[in-house]
Design a protein around this ligand. Structure first.
Ligand code: P53
Length: 476
């Protein structure tokens, strides 16, 4: 059993987790540059600018900024048809609010995309992947300000115009729905550049920031469609489905609300309007949001062409005794463990069948082509004395998930554009800042404290994936 002929096999990374060179060629600080490293179960700290004596793992990343020719060559050796990365906003507009872009930053992505095309690798580019210019945080409070909506659209127009003949596949906001978990500082900061002040209603702030983002996304879609009809612009959500913990009707309703709360973002981006429950909910909660008629018209005119999503794990939820009439969902407190699936070393619930569920759920709801733009497992790898890495657990994870994706394609008839596992190569973990939470097919000799040679080594999974691509998914 194979997948369609033109299927886009590849791998994914994000600029801030790989490039390093955080202050090179005019790049400004981004939100990723003020986050420290954490351990397995604690959170990265967000510092007030870059502080002496702190370690910021994204500052060097894996030095992809300088070593990309060697890395892209390795991607080509695996047979990648596409490669997903992001454009670091702060390379193009170092502060975010300049009038003119930074030409040196633009030239880097020219070189990178040219390098990809040398091997017939199609770039898939995310416009905003947890890397807003830090100046937009300190000056405007991130996406709580409409000015940042405009700054983002300006940035997006510059890069889409510049690379329209090199990049066909675009995604607007990476995992725009992580901020459903509005009580977690990391998600609001990385999605939206937002920090919550004492006494503020984080949920209301999230709905405002996310509104400006879906409007920005719609403006970008509109711009791209007018500029060049060959371009395809997608939305991108983290698809962790939320299952009801039991068959109790209250749990089922709670899980339904959780799904609505996690996926209203893509509802708006795909359908061009807010779902009815959310309008009622926002009014009942008296959030007092700046949502204009003009915004609502913009949303209708900027519907995405496809839906990209990440899939790592599934969640489960249970209703609380005396649940309120809204079945409101707070991701920080309302998730429960699912004892039917195992967990990764970082506590992520491993559930391959959830990927088939995800594809069917989105296909039923959105009727658009779907693109699996992230899937993978963070694990500790051992570099052996002979420079081999035996990562059978990674092969097993990916095999089990590809198997389910193939069932969704062949048995359920779903239009899946491609598959770009996370990550093409080891990079800095987004949530922990660790290098040791490894996802790649290519090992990078770098440790959590920044030591190591930065040398690249092929893992067992590298050769396995090479064969998966060569057989178009037949041999797993
Ligand atoms: P890390 C939360 C839930 C699912 C995916 O994550 C997530 C997050 C935020 O951490 O992030 C995505 O590195 C994200 C990538 C990230 C990858 O998943 O925290 O798009 O930037 O690296 C894996 O283990």
């Amino acid at each position: 059993m194979q997948v369609p002929k033109n299927f886009l096999w590849g791998g994914a990374i994000a600029a801030h987790q790989a490039e390093g060179a955080y202050n090179v060629d005019g790049k400004g600080l981004s939100v990723a540059d003020v986050m420290t490293a954490a351990g397995n179960f604690d959170e990265r700290r967000i510092t007030d600018g870059v502080k002496d004596g702190e370690f910021y793992p994204n500052h060097e990343g894996i030095d992809f900024y300088h070593q990309y020719p060697e890395d892209v060559k390795l991607f080509a050796e695996m047979g990648f048809k596409c490669f997903r990365t992001s454009i670091a906003w702060s390379r193009i507009f170092p502060n975010g609010d300049e009038n003119e872009p930074n030409e040196a930053g633009l030239q880097f992505y020219d070189r990178l995309f040219d390098e990809c095309h040398k091997y017939k690798i199609e770039p898939v580019v995310t416009l905003s992947h947890f890397e807003m210019p830090y100046h937009l945080v300190t000056e405007y409070g991130g996406f709580r300000s409409r000015k940042v909506l405009d700054a983002f659209v300006k940035f997006a127009k510059v890069v889409i115009d510049r690379y329209q003949h090199k990049v066909k596949y675009w995604l607007t906001f990476n995992e725009i729905n992580n901020q459903t978990n509005y009580d977690r500082a990391f998600t609001l900061f990385t999605n939206s550049g937002v920090q919550i002040h004492k006494g503020e209603d984080a949920e209301a702030v999230m709905y405002q920031a996310a509104h400006y983002e879906v409007v920005a996304s719609a403006k970008v879609v509109q711009f791209a469609h007018q500029l060049n009809p060959n371009l395809l612009i997608g939305a991108m959500v983290a698809f962790s489905p939320v299952y009801p913990a039991t068959d109790k009707p209250d749990d089922v309703l709670k899980a339904q609300r959780a799904m609505q709360a996690r996926f209203w973002f893509s509802d708006v981006q795909v359908e061009g309007s807010y779902p009815s429950w959310l309008r009622q909910y926002q009014a009942a909660k008296k959030f007092n949001l700046d949502i204009t008629d003009e915004d609502l018209a913009t949303l209708k005119q900027g519907r995405v062409d496809y839906l990209g999503f990440s899939y790592y794990m599934s969640f489960a939820t249970a209703a609380r005794p005396g649940e309120d009439e809204y079945y409101s969902y707070n991701e920080a407190t309302d998730l429960v463990a699912n004892n039917h699936v195992p967990q990764s070393d970082w506590g992520w619930q491993v559930d391959p069948k959830g990927l088939r569920y995800a594809l069917n759920w989105m296909n039923d709801r959105y009727h658009l082509p779907l693109f699996v733009v992230e899937n993978g497992i963070g694990a500790i790898d051992q570099l052996e004395a002979d420079h081999q890495i035996h990562d059978g657990y990674r092969v097993k994870y990916l095999r089990d998930h590809i198997q389910q994706m193939k069932l969704a394609i062949n048995d359920d008839g779903i239009d899946v554009m491609g598959y770009t596992p996370w990550s093409a190569i080891d990079i800095v973990s987004a949530s922990t800042g660790q290098l040791s939470k490894r996802y790649g097919f290519i090992y990078v000799d770098r440790d959590d404290d920044g030591s190591g040679t930065m040398k690249r080594y092929r893992k067992d999974s590298f050769y396995w994936y090479q064969n998966v691509i060569a057989t178009n998914g037949e041999k797993l």
